[in-house]
Design a protein around this ligand. Structure first.
Ligand SMILES: [Zn+2]
Length: 143
């Protein structure tokens, strides 16, 4: 991963290549975990990246736990022959795609700012689908 991110040629955050005033940023996946040096183009980008990293670090465990709960609910739903299980599977699929998008590859392609926005949009879709699924039994007539 060190070669993936540690480029001095472009800003990890906004993908700008004007790196005359490049700044170093200690990029760690976990708080207090091993950090690597990445580069951003300006102080503003450094601040935004810092904020975003803190959000990602906080959001990751929540996301993984909710995914686990959804997996369990789906297994339970299938066991009970619930139609809701299929909707939960769809929600999970969106979640996995959304999570998979915020990968080093995507960040390299889009820059981190865009990569995270895409992930966030999918996160909102995921939440809406989850709420929809939870409310579904109230709208469908039992057969
Ligand atoms: Zn930048």
């Amino acid at each position: 991963m060190s070669e993936t991110f540690g480029s001095r040629d472009w800003c990890l955050w906004c993908k700008s290549t004007s790196m005359a005033k490049a700044r170093e940023f200690a990029f760690a996946e976990k708080p207090g975990g091993p950090a690597e040096t990445v580069y951003v183009c300006s102080e503003a980008c450094e601040r935004e990246l810092d904020t975003a990293m803190k959000m990602v670090q906080k959001g990751k465990p929540i996301f993984l736990w909710s995914l686990l709960v959804m997996v369990l609910m789906t297994i339970l739903g299938i066991g009970l022959g619930m139609a809701v299980a299929y909707h939960l599977m769809a929600v999970m699929a969106v979640g996995i795609v959304g999570f998979g998008l915020v990968t080093p590859q995507t960040i390299l392609m889009l820059g981190m700012r865009k990569g995270l926005s895409v992930g966030r949009v999918l996160g909102v879709v995921l939440v809406l689908m989850g709420i929809g699924t939870a409310l579904l039994p109230f709208f469908t007539q039992p057969k």
